[in-house]
Design a protein around this ligand. Structure first.
Ligand code: CP
Length: 310
């Protein structure tokens, strides 16, 4: 597969192959090996036209660990500020010799558009409210490290689902692994029609959290909402914010996850974000190995070569 656009289009075998390759890279890096020569001589351009901390730095580090040359595009100092289109920007980057583009963009569908236009791999690093496939891959990778098989596991995704590309990518991956997914939050952010994704929708926090193996919290994305939204941050916290009392409804060993950035004190209290059940920073660390696997496989790398070397 040349590109990674969504997890919906990947088979379970393909996701397993990415996870196995990521696990092998993680083992190799765990032996204090700083770099592998897999993508030496390749140039990867990180074309981020929306803000990012974790994804952008993680793709930068992943490419460097693979010995690729990495160019991180600074949108605010680029000709996009003069009105240059995405198409012209990408075609010029290709003409400059890029071998791969990692794209984050506010418009859903922009990575698919570029993947059809260009003859080099395009990796979706988050497009609007549509998909964030590497986040879904690293989240399920982290769950599998802790829980083993995800079949029949109760996974609750709590918060702003309507505007969440992270939720969509996780739902597609988790369904392929046979997990039992519940979406929970206020009806304005978790509308009933999301059951079409093959998940349970609940507005009853206690019932949703009861016996859950994982709770994944999502930030309220005010930047994607219209004015006069409901609930306000304060209303959301009082109804759905995760605090110690509400966390006691979970399975005692439940994993607490968050893709970041966290709004501390809004969707989650500090003592839970930093507590023993939190794997939030493990998710971030795993992002490097998972993105190494994606960059390597989309450039035509053979998983056996990495798995055999680990
Ligand atoms: N999880 C995530 O996409 O974070 P960033 O927006 O900081 O990349």
């Amino acid at each position: 597969r040349k590109d990674l656009i969504t997890l919906e289009e990947l088979s379970l075998d393909e996701i397993n192959q990415i996870h196995a390759t990521a696990a092998a890279f993680k083992k190799i890096l765990g032996r204090s090996v700083k770099k592998v020569p897999a993508l030496r001589g390749k140039t990867i351009v990180n074309l981020f036209l929306e803000p990012s901390t974790r994804t952008r730095i993680s793709f930068d580090i992943a490419a460097k660990r693979l010995s690729a040359d990495v160019i991180s595009f600074d949108a605010s100092a680029s000709s996009t500020t003069k009105g240059e289109s995405l198409r012209d920007t990408a075609e010029n980057i290709r003409a400059l010799g890029a071998d791969m583009i990692v794209l984050r963009h506010a418009a859903s569908g922009s990575p698919l558009y570029l993947s059809k236009l260009l003859d080099i791999p395009v990796i979706n690093a988050g497009d609007g409210a549509h998909a964030h496939p590497t986040q879904g891959l690293l989240d399920t990778f982290t769950m599998r490290e802790h829980l083993g098989s995800l079949k029949g596991r109760k996974i609750v995704i709590l918060g702003d689902i309507l505007f969440s590309r992270v939720a969509r990518s996780n739902i597609h991956a988790l369904k392929k692994f046979g997990a039992d997914v519940t979406l929970c939050g206020p009806s304005t952010l978790v509308p009933r029609h999301l059951t079409a994704l093959g998940v349970t929708v609940s507005h009853d926090l206690r019932g949703a959290l009861a016996g859950a193996d994982v709770v994944m919290l999502l930030r309220i994305q005010h930047e994607r909402q219209s004015a006069n939204h409901f609930p306000s941050l304060g209303e959301y916290t009082s109804m759905f914010g995760l605090n110690k009392t509400r966390a006691s409804w979970l399975n005692p060993k439940a994993l607490i996850m968050h893709p970041g950035p966290i709004n501390r004190g809004v969707e989650i209290d500090n003592d839970l974000a930093d507590g023993p059940n939190s794997v939030i920073l493990e998710q971030v660390t795993n992002g490097i190995a998972v993105r190494m696997a994606v960059l390597y496989l989309c450039s035509g790398g053979q998983p056996e070569n990495v798995i055999a070397a680990d």
